[in-house]
Design a protein around this ligand. Structure first.
Ligand code: C2E
Ligand code: MG
Ligand code: MG
Length: 397
């Protein structure tokens, strides 16, 4: 988190600001006068300085002038705190090169928005001045993750990756009708890493393209080997990332993996999220329609959490709606969630869509879903995601 230096001689004000910033997880350093403030700014090189204008001995102007002359502190964003809105006061501060000022007393949100504004501007500026600083600003943990991810793909050729499968169950019959593939990365250095951690990194580095292709290929092979083992009529869902979905050869790859494994296109369901589709609605619809016309199923994942719109839903070429687990958690006892879940199920049925409830953990939740005729469910209540071999055993037990 950014480090903020507060230079303020009034103890009550100083403590108040410290509390506020610490609650927001900023790292803070405090100085009770200008002399200590200058000293700390030079030794600690904070990301931003909040400085009172009126202080005995060295005042805010004195602090600013001194810091602007030092190479290491010259560009640190500097915000003045002024006691009264004496125009001449802050005019003088701004003329001397302060970045902003706030008049006391200020509200929490005034303070935070001034800080965030400055930090953002400074980050943008830094990016223009030297592209290297951005990469360096990744935390050591993220840097390690990125290096390991590269190695896991390029050098170890996906050996550290495994695809887990979570059963999807038809609520009325209790039968397993599908499975969602969920990627896992077992790194020897870092341990088990979940997709919520490495997918965003894979997206920002472009590694998601080989990863996505590998997942799709492996899943299709897995479906084929399950067919050979006598598991029929099991649809397997694959999560997509928007970058992968927008690749020019995406449809070609899907068709190819289906045909080399002799699969039926509707053995495969592709999961997209609302926000993926909304990024470029027209192009998304075109790709989805093409896939659907080939017989591949399309699902909307995490439904209800995005900003989309029921209006679009009517026009989207989709087969399945997956209700986000947020709405399912405690749905039987939460009247607002149950109203929403009920409406979503009904609306989906009116649009001829299959509805899957995600994250079902309790009998009460399942009871609610059964009562409201939700088609299928997926969740820890029935099974956690399992490695392929365990899924197969589970299927036959
Ligand atoms: P998702 O597609 O919404 O997947 C469902 C997530 O909910 C999975 O987390 C699953 O383990 C978890 N889950 C299932 N049942 C329950 C339950 O009863 N309670 C709770 N609390 N959680 C449950 P996971 O495996 O960590 O995956 C997280 C997300 O990562 C997925 O969300 C999906 O968006 C993404 N992801 C997973 N595999 C891939 C992949 O191969 N490619 C891409 N692009 N994204 C993937
Ligand atoms: Mg999913
Ligand atoms: Mg989901």
């Amino acid at each position: 988190m950014p480090k903020i230096l507060i230079i303020e001689d009034e103890e009550a004000v100083r403590e108040n600001i410290l509390d506020l910033l610490e609650a927001e997880d900023f790292e803070t350093i405090a100085a009770a006068n200008g002399r200590i403030g200058i000293h700390l700014a030079i030794s600690e090189v904070p990301d931003l300085i909040l400085c009172d204008m009126m202080m005995p001995e060295i005042d805010g102007y004195g602090v600013l002038t001194t810091l602007r002359q030092e190479a290491s502190t010259a560009t640190i964003p500097f915000i003045f705190l002024t006691a009264k809105s004496a125009k001449s006061d802050f005019r003088q501060g701004m003329d001397m090169g302060a970045d902003d000022y706030i008049t006391k007393p200020f509200t929490r949100s005034e303070l935070l928005s001034a800080i965030m504004n400055r930090l953002e501007k400074y980050a943008t500026l830094k990016r223009y001045l030297s592209p290297q600083t951005v990469i360096k600003s990744l935390s050591p943990k993220m840097q390690l993750l990125e290096i390991s991810l590269h190695r896991a793909i390029k050098q170890y050729n996906f050996q550290e990756f495994e695809i887990y499968y979570q059963p999807i169950v038809d609520i009325a019959s209790g039968k397993i009708v599908g499975a969602e593939s969920l990627l896992r990365w077992q790194s020897p250095e870092l341990g088990m890493i979940y997709p919520t951690e490495f997918i965003p990194l894979a997206e920002s580095t472009g590694l998601i393209i080989p990863i996505g292709k590998w997942v799709l290929k492996r899943v299709c092979k897995q479906i084929k080997s399950w067919r050979n083992a006598g598991i029929n009529s099991l649809m397997v869902a694959v999560n997509l990332s928007v970058i992968e979905f927008n690749q020019p050869d995406f449809i070609h790859n899907v068709v190819n993996f289906i045909s080399v494994n002799n699969l039926e296109p509707d053995d495969l369901e592709l999961e997209l999220t609302e926000s993926m589709i909304m990024q470029d609605v027209n192009s998304a619809i075109a790709t989805m329609s093409k896939l659907q016309s080939l017989g591949v199923k399309i699902a909307i994942d995490d439904f209800g959490t995005g900003y989309s719109s029921l209006i679009y839903l009517k026009n989207l070429p989709i087969n399945t709606l997956k209700i986000d687990r947020y709405f399912i958690h405690n749905v039987a006892n939460d009247s607002q969630k149950s109203a929403i879940a009920k409406a979503l199920i009904q609306m989906a049925h009116n649009l001829n869509l299959d509805v899957v409830a995600e994250g079902v953990e309790t009998e009460a939740e399942l009871g609610f879903l059964r009562q409201h005729k939700c088609n299928s469910m997926q969740g820890f209540l029935f099974s956690r995601p399992l490695p392929a071999a365990e899924f197969e055993k589970f299927f036959f037990h």
